[in-house]
Design a protein around this ligand. Structure first.
Ligand SMILES: O=C(O)C(=O)C[C@]1(C(=O)O)C=C[C@@H](O)C=C1
Length: 369
């Protein structure tokens, strides 16, 4: 097995190791910014990182140690239970995903995604498990943005089959309902069914939170879309089961930690990166070609606005009129950072990317959902 070492220091450039397959190489997985071409972007990204003062506090601690793959899914044997932050209240799908990812963990509820990131950064918990995409509803954009703003590492992924129920207080029938409360993703996943029933959608922070609200306030004209576990916890009656628009409704969650893991080649690995590019014809094609040239499969691509600088000038003679939207590209590819093909692909990409950061190299969830 290759034994590449990951250094997770945020201020050093990406510098791929020599490409021998079994070299004990040193890979810096964080971003690179070369002046002068990249200094404008550097300022923007630094400003965006400063938004979270926790990042500075994290620097007070010693350099993190990489995790080994044996530390991925269980708690430290005979030690305290691993504490895993998730967004929502008990009964949320994220809680079940956290328990699937770390079977003996203590799942710690957080009101917002950002709080889950912060809890890990402040050493209040060991890991966070957060949704990143759903097979029906698509990407959870907020978490893409937070991955960049924070400095946690993706150490694993877990796919979770989501089965939505419509629930209400006891005695309330489907005909009595005018409204339905749930997480926007859950509402999107049940779009056709809810339209058929003519229910007005109301978005709340999480599915189980919707169930809790309905129960606590004795609401009679609204139901909640949530899990059967939430119905049980909050004492609600299930009016309909499996109401998502497709029986195959799977959410992919990311497992996040302060430390990266040592990537291996002993099982299928995935690597997640984020980069930005100069404007120009065919530049995205060129960026994606670095993977195609090495037979590396891409499993996901997502573009997000570069929030602090969403528009760029066409050129210096554009009289100050903004022309182009500016993007960050998030790409997942099916190779380990210990694989020389991945190292070469990133070295190649780094030749023309204006910014590049490796978010994590981690075992793929190849299990059934
Ligand atoms: O609200 C919940 O129960 C969650 O865990 C959040 C969430 C999401 O953000 O996508 C997770 C899984 C489902 O796709 C629906 C909602």
């Amino acid at each position: 097995m290759a034994a590449s070492r990951i250094i997770s220091h945020p201020h050093r450039p990406f510098s791929p190791p020599p490409s021998q397959p079994h070299a004990h190489s040193s890979i810096t997985l964080n971003f690179t910014l070369h002046p002068p071409k990249r200094c404008r972007l550097a300022c923007v990204l630094r400003a965006s990182l400063k938004e979270n003062d926790l990042n500075d506090k994290a620097d007070l601690f010693a350099l993190p140690r990489p995790l080994t793959s044996t530390q991925l899914s269980d708690s430290v044997s005979d030690g305290p239970r691993l504490q895993v932050a998730y967004q929502g209240v008990p009964g949320a799908y994220s809680e079940s995903a956290a328990q699937k990812a770390y079977p003996n963990c203590e799942a710690v509820p957080c009101p917002q995604f950002e709080n889950a990131f912060q809890k890990v950064e402040r050493w209040l918990v060991d890991r966070a498990v957060l949704p990143i995409e759903n097979s029906l509803g698509g990407s959870i954009h907020r978490n893409y943005d937070l991955l960049l703003r924070h400095r946690l590492h993706i150490v694993g992924e877990v796919k979770y089959a989501v089965h939505h129920c419509l629930m209400a207080n006891h005695g309330v029938k489907l005909e009595d309902l005018k409204r339905v409360l749930s997480h926007p993703q859950a509402l999107a996943q049940c779009e056709h069914t809810l339209t058929k029933w003519g229910l007005v959608r109301e978005a709340v922070d999480d599915t189980a939170g919707a169930a809790q609200y309905i129960a606590m306030h004795g609401v009679k004209d609204a139901g909640a879309v949530a899990s059967s576990a939430a119905a049980k916890i909050y004492g609600l009656n299930i009016l309909a089961q499996d109401i998502q628009d497709d029986c195959d409704n799977v959410t992919r969650f990311l497992m996040l930690a302060r430390e990266p893991i040592i990537p291996g080649t002993d099982r299928p690995f995935k690597t997640s990166i984020v980069f930005s590019l100069e404007e120009g014809p065919g530049i995205l094609f060129k960026a994606l070609a670095v993977f195609a040239l090495r037979q590396i499969n891409l499993s996901k691509i997502e573009s997000r606005p570069l929030r602090n600088m969403p528009l760029r000038m066409a050129d210096d003679n554009s009289n100050g009129s903004p022309k182009y939207f500016d993007y960050l590209f998030y790409v997942d590819f099916e190779a380990s950072m210990a694989d020389p093909r991945a190292q070469n692909a990133l070295r190649h990409l780094n030749e023309f990317a204006t910014f590049l950061r490796v978010l994590g190299s981690y075992p793929m969830d190849t299990g059934t959902v």
